[in-house]
Ligand binder design. Sequence first.
Ligand SMILES: Cc1ncc(COP(=O)(O)O)c(C=O)c1O
Length: 413
Amino acid sequence: MSLSQADVTTERPPYAAWIRSSNNITQQFLSIGGQPDIVSLAGGLPAAELYPVEAIKQASARALDRWGATALEYGPVEGLPALRAAIAARMSREHGRRFEVENILLTTGAMQGLDLIGKVLIDPGDLIVAQFPTYLGALDAWRTRQPAYRKLTWDLDDPDLLAAMRKAKFVYCVPNYSNPTGALVPQNARGGLLSRAVEAGTWLVEDDPYLPLQLDGAAGASILAADAATRRHGTYDGPVVYLGTLSKSVAPGLRVGWIVAEPKLIQLLALAKQCSDLSSSMFSQAVALEYLESGAEAELTARTIACYRERRDALCAAAQAHLGEWFEWEVPPGGMFLWARAKSRDFDTNALYSFALQEKVAFVPSSVFDPDGALTSAMRLNFTRNAPDRLAEGVLRLRRAVQAYLAASKVRV
Ligand SMILES: Cc1ncc(COP(=O)(O)O)c(C=O)c1O
């Protein structure tokens, strides 16, 4: 049988519907970061000059000597067993009880952890109670699953919140130096959230990439640790699903992250991971293991904290001098971001953004951290990527952008 001309079609099936509700904001910010004439206060990038290039070179050589072809092989979906055991030991040290390897799944960055959680827990229309404003990457990761959101604003006595939690598939929060606000959730609020999640019988996802970046004293105990304290014996089987990563304390290019959770959930997440990427890079995991075993991370973290503290202070001082008329903020006690809120609720940072690009400075408008896109009066400024003089230059440019925006708009300040 031969096809006639009429049977041949150049029409191809349309793209999936969810992609229309997505955006390439993160790609844009990453590409702006690579343009030297723009001061990017946008991306969530570490200081590249701190990346331990020499130590990673040596760790790579040691990894190949130790693991040979295994380091270049497909690996177990749960991760390189020796690294899995090292992360179990690290979690046990940091979070106050013993975690078994069965509690750990190694992932390609914490971002994959978010993706896998979406695949395993969310069906279309399911409810997520999420700390607000919400990490853009989490909203991105879950968009394909089409969830509904209830904003968690820490008013823990609100009866509606408990009702929402009873219906929710999980609660999502970033208690340490949240992205985007840099806020540290107080211990009593962490405890309150945990007890309500336990009462509601839902999962509690604690995303903790900024734990190492404690600029002003200790972060305090994690929600995982608070829950672990009530479950001292046996294998951990609580409701907390904890995400960790080496992206902020070593280097994001390693793409080494992990999930801690009860073993049954870990098995399901591993099944989802198998369907996603078979396994994370064995080479990267082997290098990360060598690096961690060398003990170099503590010294690097201390240097990183000193550098970021200076940069945070430089950004805050410049912002106070040049943006204080229009914006207010709390000095972030850790992490990577300053969250500047406009004093006028009419101020629209989406509109400001194009004026900023004309002045060759970039920031992240608040709307992308709102599942509804309705929060338009704030912006996220990163202080870790640029040296203090460049941060000051960025803020001066931003001041000019604000002046141009106000001159062109009807906003009253
Ligand atoms: C709150 C939060 N979760 C997860 C991630 C993803 O981290 P990773 O580089 O480990 O994928 C980030 C990255 O900035 C983040 O801010």
